[in-house]
Each structure stands twice: as structure tokens, then as C-alpha cells.
Ligand binder design. Structure first.
Ligand SMILES: Nc1ncnc2c1ncn2[C@@H]1O[C@H](COP(=O)(O)OP(=O)(O)OP(=O)(O)O)[C@@H](O)[C@H]1O
Ligand SMILES: CC(C)(CO)[C@@H](O)C(=O)[O-]
Ligand code: BAL
Length: 325
């Protein structure tokens, strides 16, 4: 048989188990020596873009083998959301994943159908995200983070990785996954990867494909708002003024107040709003509807730098790149 040069495509649990067994056999082979083996997983909903590929490239550096999952998870969509029109392009995704520095022979793409992931229908037992699941994305999309964590835990069980990578683009999701892994003792290392933007500052997102040319211009208001908030924070503004600055920039970009789900400035650990006296690194987050498309974006901002003791750099100050526009 000719050796495979592209990743294995697994459409079923059985395909996945067979592909992982091959990885396990290679990991246990005496030819590898005693170097510890690592498998990484990158979970996606497909319609891949350069942001996803940056996670895959990072996974490639961290691990011997990489599993990419492609699954549009119905559990995390509300009844009036875009589940049915969410972009799906498995052939295009597979072509993108096999570029240089990405997936090769030995790696796996797991692209199951809904019945394969939920063979008994909607699961009766689900993960609860707890308080972080009730604010911001959780408040705007009730049950969303429970649905995310339920599928993430299932995919962790199915793919058995040592390390799992998630993008800082979905900052609240990343924090919820970290909390689940900590609170439920899930044996995996969670790695956050920086948010990737288009040259004009727009955060890359599969949902950008929904935007008309006019809407895409208006969508630049999100990164401008983050940049404005970050500039006010650098100038010594308190939390309230930073949020106001971000809101004003959205308005200036033509975004109606009614289309803003939230402008929030939160503690990165529990996503509670920070007080005006807060000093340290907070996350400035936005969720905005542009036409029928709901977009999210965020950036880390340092507040009250002048209130921090001399020589103290706010912890986490370099974990997220600032919004560029
Ligand atoms: N621009 C980006 N930079 C870095 N990581 C990203 C980016 N966009 C998505 N990701 C990450 O890729 C993973 C899969 O995300 P997903 O498939 O939902 O993509 P998406 O573009 O965010 O889609 P959507 O438009 O549905 O929000 C998540 O961990 C997500 O945070
Ligand atoms: C983590 C995830 C793949 C779970 O469906 C999804 O929420 C996403 O793509 O960010
Ligand atoms: N990137 C998060 C997946 C969702 O919006 O459902």
C-alpha cells in the first residue's frame, strides 16, 4: 500500500478510533526513543480561515500529531440563530489544512455528522458553564456556553489530546474551557492562541462571509472601538471612560445603539465587570450586529498603570495583541 501523504479524514467515531490507534502505535514505537509524545487538538466549526490555520500551525509546533475537528455543533446555537446558514465547505477546509507547516500524513481531520456526535439525539446530561455562562455571550445567547462546553468535553474524550488550542478571539469561551478543565480535572493542557486580524483590523471570523461590502466597512467599527478604548486606558482613563470611548467609536462608525449587544470591560479570569478603580489587565469585549451578522471582538487593555507600584508590570499584559485598524 502507498503511504498516505495527507491527513486521515475521519467521518465516524470508528474512523477516528482507527486513526488514533495508528498514532498510538507510532507513539509507542521503539524507533521514537523516550521523548514524550504529544497529541494536540484544534476544534473548529469549519469554513476555515487564516485565524484557524494559525491555531493549527501552533499545534504543529507543540505536538507530534495534530487532530483538527470540524463540527457545527447544534447545541450551542439558539433557535433563532444561524445554524442552518452557517458556512460549510469540507473540501475547501481539507485543502487549506494541508498547506506547509500544517497537517500531513499521520495527522487527522475529524469531521463527524450530528448523529455521530449525538447518537442518542440531544444529550440529556450536559456541562454547565456556571456563572461565566450567564454573562455577555451567555446572556446574549442563553445556553450557548453550556452547549460549547458539552461538545468540547465530548471531543476531548473522543480525540484524547495532551494539549487543546483555542483562540483568544472567543475570549469568554477560552476562559470557560479553562474553568471546566480546572474544575472537572480534565487531563489536558489548554493553550490560548492570539487573535488574527485582516490587514484592515477586522477580526477574522467565518461569519465575515455573511457581510456585504458596505457592512464590512461598518464592521471595522469593532476594531476601531477596541483601539479607542485601549488608547483611553493608556492615557489613564478609568473603566467607565474606556467603555464610553469604545461605544462612541462604534457610533462614529455608523453602528446603531440598538445593534450593540454589549461593550464590556472585564476581569480575564471570571468575566465580571471591573470597577472604575481597577488597576491591571482587563479584557475589553464587544458584540455587535452588523446587518444580520453578529460579530464579536476583544482586546486586552491595561488600566490604571499609573496606580500600579513603580516597576510592576500588570500580569498578563502581553497575552493579547492590541486591536489594530
Ligand atoms: N481570528 C481568529 N484568530 C484566532 N483564533 C480564531 C480566530 N477566529 C476563530 N478562532 C478560533 O478558532 C477556533 C474555532 O472557531 P470557529 O470555528 O468558531 O471560528 P470563527 O471564525 O470564530 O467562527 P464564527 O464566525 O462562528 O465565530 C476557536 O478556538 C476560535 O477562537
Ligand atoms: C469550540 C467549538 C469548536 C465548539 O463547537 C466552537 O465553539 C468554536 O469553533 O469556537
Ligand atoms: N466561535 C464560537 C462559535 C459560535 O459562535 O457558536
Amino acid at each position: 500500500m502507498t503511504p498516505r501523504t495527507t491527513p486521515a479524514l475521519a467521518r465516524t467515531r470508528a474512523d477516528l478510533a482507527a486513526a488514533l490507534a495508528e498514532q498510538d502505535a507510532r507513539a509507542a514505537s521503539p524507533a521514537r526513543g523516550t521523548r514524550p509524545y504529544r497529541r494536540a487538538v484544534v476544534m473548529t466549526m469549519g469554513a476555515l480561515h487564516t485565524g484557524h490555520l494559525s491555531l493549527v500551525a501552533h499545534a504543529r509546533e507543540l505536538a507530534d500529531d495534530v487532530v483538527v475537528t470540524i463540527f457545527v455543533n447544534p447545541l450551542q446555537f439558539g433557535p433563532a440563530e444561524d445554524l442552518s446558514r452557517y458556512p460549510r465547505d469540507l473540501d475547501g477546509d481539507l485543502a487549506m489544512l494541508t498547506g506547509p507547516g500544517l497537517l500531513g500524513a499521520g495527522d487527522v481531520v475529524f469531521a463527524p455528522g450530528v448523529d455521530e456526535v449525538y447518537p442518542g439525539g440531544d444529550p440529556t446530561v450536559r456541562v454547565s458553564a456556571g456563572p461565566i455562562g450567564d454573562v455577555l455571550e451567555g446572556a446574549a445567547r442563553p445556553g450557548h456556553l453550556d452547549g460549547v462546553l458539552t461538545v468540547v468535553l465530548k471531543l476531548l474524550h473522543l480525540t484524547r489530546p495532551d494539549v487543546a488550542l483555542f483562540g483568544e478571539k472567543d475570549a469568554q469561551q477560552l476562559a470557560a474551557v479553562r474553568a471546566m478543565v480546572r474544575d472537572l480535572d480534565v487531563p489536558v493542557e489548554v493553550v490560548g492562541a492570539p487573535l488574527v486580524r485582516d490587514v484592515d483590523g477586522l477580526a477574522l471570523s467565518s461569519r465575515n462571509a455573511y457581510l456585504s461590502p458596505d457592512e464590512r466597512v461598518r464592521a471595522l467599527g469593532l476594531s476601531r472601538a477596541l483601539r479607542s478604548g485601549a488608547e483611553w486606558a493608556r492615557a489613564g482613563a478609568g473603566a467607565h471612560e474606556v467603555r464610553d470611548a469604545a461605544r462612541s467609536a462604534l457610533t462614529a462608525a455608523g453602528v446603531e445603539e440598538a445593534d450593540v449587544d454589549y461593550v464590556a470591560l472585564v476581569d480575564p479570569d471570571d468575566f465580571t465587570e471591573v470597577a472604575d478603580t481597577f488597576a491591571g489587565v482587563a479584557v475589553l469585549l464587544l458584540a455587535v450586529r452588523v446587518g444580520t451578522t453578529r460579530l464579536i471582538d476583544n482586546t486586552a487593555v491595561t488600566l490604571g498603570a499609573s496606580r500600579l507600584p513603580d516597576g510592576v508590570v500588570a500580569p498578563g499584559a502581553s497575552t493579547q495583541g492590541g486591536a489594530r485598524a
